[in-house]
Design a protein around this ligand. Structure first.
Ligand SMILES: [Cu+2]
Length: 123
């Protein structure tokens, strides 16, 4: 039974085992492990708009505003990533991304891109 389950998982997620992508969506933000840096989203802004982390770190955003925001990576190492535009987060919802590759990752909030911008530098 256990072997069957494992085989089923390998068929369902073959790419997950093929290689580590530059960016990985952390399925359960609350359970993110390893080094985690928190960024609050508050008053129509990313509270820490620029931060530097080591490769392999996770950044977790939490929306504290009563209106919805998201995290949307544009260009750079995130270019072409199919999950670059994160889902809209309601108040108190979180979103987490693990950064595997060094580089500069610029992001915005899609509907408020004029005022909400951020940057993660991965060393
Ligand atoms: Cu926003």
């Amino acid at each position: 039974m256990r072997a069957l389950l494992l085989a089923a998982l390998c068929v369902a997620f073959p790419l997950a085992y093929a290689h580590a992508a530059a960016l990985e969506l952390v399925a359960d933000p609350a359970a993110a492990n390893g080094p985690v840096t928190e960024v609050d989203i508050k008053d129509m802004a990313f509270a820490t708009p620029e931060l530097t982390v080591k490769a392999g770190s996770t950044v977790r955003w939490k929306n504290l505003d009563p209106i919805a925001h998201n995290v949307h990576f544009r260009g750079g190492p995130a270019k072409g990533w199919d999950k670059a535009q994160g889902p809209m987060l309601n108040e108190n919802e979180s979103y987490a991304i693990k950064f595997n590759d060094p580089g500069t990752y610029n992001y915005i909030c899609t509907p408020h891109s004029m005022v909400m911008k951020g940057k993660v530098v991965v060393e």
